[in-house]
Design a protein around this ligand. Structure first.
Ligand SMILES: Cc1cc2nc3c(=O)[nH]c(=O)nc-3n(C[C@H](O)[C@H](O)[C@H](O)COP(=O)(O)OP(=O)(O)OC[C@H]3O[C@@H](n4cnc5c(N)ncnc54)[C@H](O)[C@@H]3O)c2cc1C
Length: 470
């Protein structure tokens, strides 16, 4: 092992020992939380429970300082692998791998999503139709378990059950401190083509075809995602690695990526700009901040055109309830946040889009096809191996019908997802009753893991965390 690698390893080991001691020293009964700079969760804790004062107290009591686990430990171009701290953002991870012309097999498109967060909370992106989900390219995880041990979990050692049960456990079994992941080679550019569809059925048929054939109308599909602007206006964006680029677009300046989909038939981006094409405008969610208006955009500093900045603004709004006050003053209907990602089998995707247009009516909707990379299912998020799903992502607010309370649209979505044999990610609000929740997310396997790795319940349970929002 080179000397620099040994030093990095020694420093990492020292930090693991320090964190283990800090964890053991937390007074019993105090809630345990990660003291992290960024988050992409959209389950804000109840405002009364999470006032600034309370948060500061929580940080002082249960907040674990994990900043030492926020960098890449090693990139090995020979084996095309990397060993990475669990709290490393994908932005830093890609900055470390791209100089070797390598990237993680799935790169979630928000820059501050961390590798540990994407593995425990199920990230997804436009390589997911061929590479599955981020946890499927992890070969080893070092985990601080709820009962205070640090274990090395792989698919075939004595902690294999934990390894397989970690995805979708949201930090309720333990925290990953380092992960070893596979990488894949990249080319300098991505040549994208936007294909329009006039019906959801035609669009879903094309998704199934591309997942089978790996190309569309002669264009190789290294990447695939889509955008539905209306039931009769949908686009699939198919990307192919390229060594050349006759031109290069830049969507970090005045141009806005999602708007280009409707306008242009094809485009070229550097691989780095492709990976972060959605981050500058948080898909399209920068709209309420005015950043898409030319004048505001010119004045808004470029370094603040990032998803984490917008998310902080939303968090502030939620904490102080500013937009609710404005709506009430103007006698506008109260609005419900409907921020979800759901996975629906491709053959029922058109049905979901029709339901969504009729009952929620938010636009655009992001579409990201996926298929598990491996042949085995993962216990806590039981997608069927071999089956093509489409992840529909929608992030915004809609007015509540008169007489309906908050949760109305989200419940409709949950019911429809169940009816269509789909799955719902748990990073945002959920309303399932406990029994149904554990039926959908394999309560039996989860409880066995909880007993084995957090027997005294030092960490929250999955239902308390994801549904009760504690
Ligand atoms: C608007 C929106 C759009 C989204 N779109 C996408 C998308 O397109 N693609 C995509 O991939 N994802 C998307 N996500 C979901 C995102 O990937 C998950 O929320 C992910 O868990 C966030 O990771 P994070 O690193 O920011 O973790 P955090 O938000 O900090 O934490 C998420 C959860 O994971 C736990 N956790 C964090 N780090 C670790 C660790 N090292 N070990 C164990 N547990 C840990 C935390 O305790 C917490 O429960 C979206 C989320 C939002 C809000």
């Amino acid at each position: 092992m080179p000397v620099s690698d040994r030093r990095t390893n020694d420093a990492h080991e020292a930090e693991v020992a320090r964190l283990r001691e800090a964890y053991a020293a937390l007074p019993p009964g105090t809630p345990v939380r990660l003291a992290k700079r960024t988050s992409n969760l959209f389950r804000f804790r109840d405002a009364s429970k999470s006032s600034e004062k309370n948060q500061a107290a929580t940080a002082a009591r249960g907040g674990l300082d994990v900043s030492a686990f926020g960098h890449v430990l090693r990139v090995d171009p020979g084996t095309r692998t990397a060993r990475v701290g669990g709290m490393t953002t994908y932005e830093d991870l890609c900055d470390a791998t791209l100089p070797y012309q390598l990237m993680p097999l799935v790169v979630p498109q928000l820059k501050t999503i961390t590798l540990g967060g994407a593995v425990t909370g199920l990230g997804i992106e436009s390589t997911s139709f061929r590479n599955g989900l981020p946890h499927e390219s992890v070969t080893e995880m070092e985990i601080l378990t709820g009962d205070g041990r640090v274990v090395r979990a792989t698919d075939d050692n004595e902690h294999a059950e934990l390894f397989r049960g970690f995805p979708n456990s949201y930090g309720t079994l333990g925290y990953s401190l380092s992960l070893t992941i596979e990488l894949e080679p990249v080319r300098p550019f991505v040549h994208i083509r936007h294909f329009p569809f006039g019906t959801a059925e035609a669009c879903m048929d094309a998704v199934a075809q591309i997942a089978d054939e790996g190309s569309y109308r002669g264009h190789r599909a290294d990447f695939l995602d889509g955008t539905a602007f209306a039931p009769d206006e949908l686009y699939l964006t198919v990307g192919a690695f390229s060594d050349v680029a006759p031109w290069r677009s830049d969507y970090t300046g005045q141009q806005i990526y999602y708007q280009s989909i409707r306008r242009d038939k094809e485009d070229f981006l550097t691989i780095r700009d492709y990976l972060w094409r959605w981050d500058t405008d948080w898909f399209w969610c920068s709209r309420p901040f005015g950043v898409q208006k030319p004048l505001v955009r010119k004045l808004w500093p470029r370094r603040y055109r990032r998803s984490d900045v917008y998310r902080k603004l939303v968090a502030l709004d939620r904490r102080y309830g500013l937009s609710s006050v404005v709506s009430a003053r103007r006698r506008l209907p109260q609005r419900e946040a409907v921020i979800q990602d759901v996975e629906i089998p491709v053959e029922r995707g058109a049905e979901f889009l029709r339901f969504f247009a009729a009952n929620v009516g938010m636009s655009p909707v992001w579409m990201c096809p996926l298929r598990l990379r491996g042949r085995r299912a993962w216990p806590l998020y039981p997608l069927k191996p071999g089956e093509v799903y489409v992840n529909f992502g929608f992030w915004g607010t809609v007015p509540l019908p008169a007489g309906q309370a908050d949760g109305y649209h989200n419940r409709l979505v949950e019911d429809e997802v169940s009816r269509l044999d789909g799955h719902k990610s748990l990073y945002s609000t959920s309303f399932y009753a406990e029994e149904e929740f554990y039926r959908r997310y394999n309560g039996e396997a989860y409880r066995a893991l909880k007993r084995a790795y957090d027997g005294e319940g030092r960490l929250l349970g999955l239902y308390e965390k994801c549904v009760r929002g504690r």
